[in-house]
Write a new protein. Structure first.
Length: 186
């Protein structure tokens, strides 16, 4: 059984094996959060290293009031958002509803669909096309399996906003993927 308290204590005591185990335990989680927000591979790797440096620097202050993974994801999420803001690729502004629904309009018609694409590739492409604030909560909820309150804690959004964004993201995904699903049913 994995014991977060014991692992954290060992890392804080300077145990090199515990440090490696800690990184191995959480690196996929950190990379997954960052990759869903940032496209450039070299930036993802640099940011992941920065996240772990920040985690280890502040680990002694972690009080186990939430899951360790939630705290780590919160750091990764905020660092990724800060990176996007620094590079001016993030917008806090509400997206115009016409812009959001244009995702469905821009879906290729069935003749343009490459038959060899599998469903997971299509879903990942659709997720990448979502507005960032929708994509963020959708990934945290469905792929990382965080609860609404945990997502609220990670993103700083009220729980109602998290639920609303997940609902809207699902709707957009459904509209985007609908032409693909209809073709498969023929």
């Amino acid at each position: 059984m994995f014991d977060e308290n014991e692992l954290v204590q060992s890392v804080l005591e300077g145990n090199e094996y515990a440090y490696k185990r800690f990184v191995k335990q959480y690196e996929r989680l950190v990379f997954h959060v960052i990759v869903k927000l940032i496209d450039r591979e070299e930036d993802v790797e640099d940011l992941a290293q920065e996240v772990f440096m920040k985690v280890f620097k502040n680990l002694s202050g972690f009080k186990f009031q939430s899951k360790l993974s939630t705290w780590i994801v919160q750091i990764a999420y905020r660092d990724a958002i800060n990176y996007l803001k620094k590079t001016k690729r993030y917008s806090d502004n509400k997206v115009d509803i016409d812009q959001v629904y244009s995702l469905a309009d821009s879906a290729p018609n069935p003749e343009q669909i490459n038959v060899s694409k599998d469903l997971s590739t299509l879903v990942n492409e659709a997720i990448k096309k979502l507005p960032e604030h929708y994509r963020e909560v959708l990934v945290l909820y469905h792929l990382k399996e965080f609860s609404y309150p945990e997502i609220g804690e990670i993103t700083g959004m009220p729980e109602g906003t998290v639920k609303n964004y997940i609902f809207r993201a699902r709707k957009l995904l459904k509209e985007y993927l609908e032409p693909y699903v209809k073709r498969e049913q023929l």
